[in-house]
Ligand binder design. Structure first.
Ligand SMILES: C[S@@+](CC[C@H](N)C(=O)[O-])C[C@H]1O[C@@H](n2cnc3c(N)ncnc32)[C@H](O)[C@@H]1O
Length: 454
């Protein structure tokens, strides 16, 4: 038998670490690839194997349970990971069957018993006896309703399909659900921001972004090859995140001397853009992040500015007590489930649960209320989440409106974005802006501007 290819070994190691020790594939894989000094082609293969397997694991689990004749929770977890990795090769990549099966059996030997290797061999031989389309048909036949059908076909947990459907339905666009979850399975291109006053879009060797006036999209390659990125004058940042920061900084003309606060700043992407915008307009930014290690990342992101903005390490829910009515503009980029960024975090969809939404929504409300208290009369804030889940977005804003009554007012956020971008965002009539991967090519950012009465 042949030795296991390093690309498969690395992919399995990362997949095991994601499950066993909650590792993040997008952080661990680059480290493993660098250590193994793989060729570009092998590194590409390892990346496809890792990300593809993690993304499509829900679908592969349905196939595996049919082929094995038992539910996947009755299979040893490490052996199940080997089977998932093999499924990705057999059902989604054009890998020769014998290579996929033989090397998976070898991998099974390294993580399980001898009987486990016989089991892996048997299940994979069963899978190779039917075509890709036949497996899809069999897997979809287990769905009991439309949501389960989509969940299997596009490999998402059913509760996320339901949450997305509800968020789209709120815009009268429930029929776009399949497009949305399909878009979640395509890794986005690298998007860059040229920090105003520090870098220009033209100097980045990239295409100008569709919507962000300070954004550019790389066709491929390593962004660190660019001097502007290496020196922190430009950064990797999703276009939706750029629009969220710009919605606040460009919502109205900046009056020199304004004080701005980024309440939940780690790791510092939006803080860097806000700091650049503030510096151009004569305002000053304070960035706050409660987790010290993440506050350190914020300091690094802001080190390019002279003087660098101050970084606080406060629990943001207390800012209304200690800094009441101090700030002219506040960004609340709230901690959230991140359901709007599933494209870039292949394992994230399997890690989250409705319990996370319940836990986070309490914190989100507290942060928004604290920020309103810290806002000067006449000031403006942006409540932002990288999740389109209604309980993390619209419902949080509605709760604040109920609590604060006429002391605050929703600002027409699509209208503000319309003044920032030259391309049509095609947002439905509403005071908030919900961006979508399938419509805008951005993460699914929710943005609501709110002003405080004088
Ligand atoms: C969505 S992330 C912010 C991303 C950031 N704005 C960027 O663009 O790079 C939310 C951040 O809020 C922080 N956070 C969570 N609870 C917080 C709290 N009570 N006060 C302040 N920050 C908090 C998290 O540690 C996390 O870094």
């Amino acid at each position: 038998m042949s030795a296991v290819q390093p690309a498969r070994r690395i992919a399995l190691d990362v997949i095991l670490a994601v499950r066993e020790s909650d590792a993040y594939a997008n952080l661990l894989l680059p480290v493993r690839l660098q250590r193994a000094k793989l060729s570009e082609a092998d590194a590409g293969l390892a990346t496809e194997l890792t990300y593809g397997t993690l993304r499509r694991q829900g679908y592969y689990d349905v196939v595996i349970s049919i082929a094995a004749g038992r539910p996947v929770d009755k299979i040893d977890p490490a052996i199940l990971d080997v089977l998932r990795l093999a499924c990705h090769q057999l059902l989604s990549m054009r890998v020769a069957q014998h290579a996929a099966v033989d090397e998976s059996v070898q991998l099974a030997k390294t993580v399980g018993s001898n009987s486990a290797t016989g089991f892996v061999n048997g299940v994979l031989r069963t899978i190779t006896r039917s075509t890709v389309d036949e497996w899809q048909e069999r897997a979809l036949a287990t769905a009991k309703n439309d949501d389960e059908h989509l969940a299997i076909l596009h490999s998402h947990p059913v509760w996320i399909i339901r949450a997305f459907r509800a968020a789209l339905a709120a815009e009268g666009r429930a029929d776009e659900i399949a497009d949305l979850v399909e878009a979640d399975n395509v890794a986005p291109r690298v998007s860059l921001v040229a920090l105003p006053g520090n870098a220009t879009v033209e100097e980045l060797d990239a295409y100008a972004s569709t919507f962000s006036p300070v954004g550019a999209t790389l066709d491929g390659g390593d962004p660190l090859q660019l001097e502007a990125v290496r020196t922190g004058r430009a950064r990797v940042q999703d276009e939706g995140s750029q629009l969220a920061a710009l919605a606040l900084s460009r919502s109205r003309p900046i009056v020199a001397g304004e004080r701005w606060l980024d309440l939940c700043a780690g790791p510092g992407g939006k803080a860097a853009l806000l700091a650049a915008e503030a510096a151009v307009g004569g305002a000053t930014l304070v960035a706050n992040e409660v987790v010290p290690a993440r506050a350190e990342l914020v300091r690094k992101a802001l080190a390019v500015f002279e003087p660098a903005p101050v970084v606080w390490e406060l629990d943001g829910t207390t800012v209304g007590d200690d800094h009441a009515e101090e700030f002219d503009r506040i960004l609340i980029d709230a901690p959230c489930t991140g359901l709007g960024a599933l494209r870039r975090r292949p394992e994230a969809r399997w890690r989250k649960s409705p319990r996370d939404v319940a836990h986070l929504s309490g914190l989100q409300s507290n942060l928004l209320n604290a920020a309103i208290a810290a806002l000067k009369p006449g000031g403006i804030l942006a409540y932002v989440t990288c999740s389109p889940h209604l309980a993390e977005s619209k419902v949080i804003v509605e709760g604040a409106i109920k609590k604060w009554g006429s002391a605050i007012e929703r600002v027409d956020t699509p209208a503000v974005l319309g003044t920032i971008t030259e391309s049509q965002l095609d947002l439905p009539e509403s005071l908030h802006a919900q961006l979508w991967p399938h419509r805008h090519g951005t993460d699914a950012m929710f943005i609501q501007l709110i002003s405080k009465a004088e």
